[in-house]
Design a protein around this ligand. Structure first.
Ligand code: MN
Length: 218
């Protein structure tokens, strides 16, 4: 199968003021589309066409050797952005009141409190040098960790490649293309404003799916 650019569940301007319309248009329509097209080109004609994106990312070393770099970068880019759009929501729909049930249990059990988790996540986002992502990662049994990865790497790729393993349930893109038009060099401001548009209800659903071994982006 080939992968398709997922539609956004909201308008390009719906995340303002945290993320501006112009950034969303180029980020979704150009960057994410580009990763999608290049992933499809990299797997064309191989048995990877029959696999899910999670299966592909989880077994990079079994991909054709000359395609591994392209699949790592573009498969990661395809997956990471698919997750990113889903964990964002307009401010009016983004409530920390939705940090409830198993999600709040896991966060408090793993970090002590939501505010402690957010502080550690921000630290990961701010200290990722250059391009990459910050993650809240489910490792099963209610255990969560925060991590950052360079470029388009993802915890699904495993410890040996990504330096962390598990299923990401929340991600923040800290590539400059994600914030430069509005924030220029002010990554800390972008990271701080991110919290106002986190779709916590979806993060909770992602945790349930991750714990059950289901796709979180399906
Ligand atoms: Mn991006």
């Amino acid at each position: 199968m080939s992968f398709s650019l997922p539609a956004l569940g909201y308008d390009f301007n719906a995340l303002e003021p945290a993320i501006d319309e112009a950034t969303m248009k180029v980020h979704h329509g150009k960057h994410h589309q580009g990763y999608t097209d290049k992933l499809n080109a990299a797997i064309a004609g191989s048995d990877l066409e029959a696999k899910s994106i999670e299966e592909i990312l989880g077994a990079l070393s079994s991909a054709p050797t000359d395609k591994q770099g392209a699949i790592r970068n573009n498969g990661g880019g395809f997956y990471n952005h698919s997750l990113f759009w889903q964990v964002l929501a307009p401010e009016s729909d983004a409530s920390e009141g939705d940090v409830a049930g198993d999600l709040v249990t896991a966060i408090e059990g793993s970090f002590g409190s939501l505010s402690a988790m957010k502080e550690q996540f921000e630290q990961k986002a701010l200290t990722q040098f250059g391009s990459g992502w910050a993650w809240l990662v489910s490792q099963g049994g209610g255990k969560l960790v925060v991590a950052s990865t360079p470029n388009q790497d993802n915890p699904l790729m495993g410890e040996a490649i990504a330096g962390v393993s598990g299923t990401p349930i929340l991600g923040l893109d800290v590539w400059e293309h994600a914030y430069y038009l509005k924030y220029q060099n002010k990554r800390p401001e972008y990271v701080k404003n991110f919290w106002s548009i986190v779709n916590w209800k979806r993060v909770g659903e992602n945790l349930s799916n991750a714990e059950a071994g289901n796709s979180v982006i399906g």
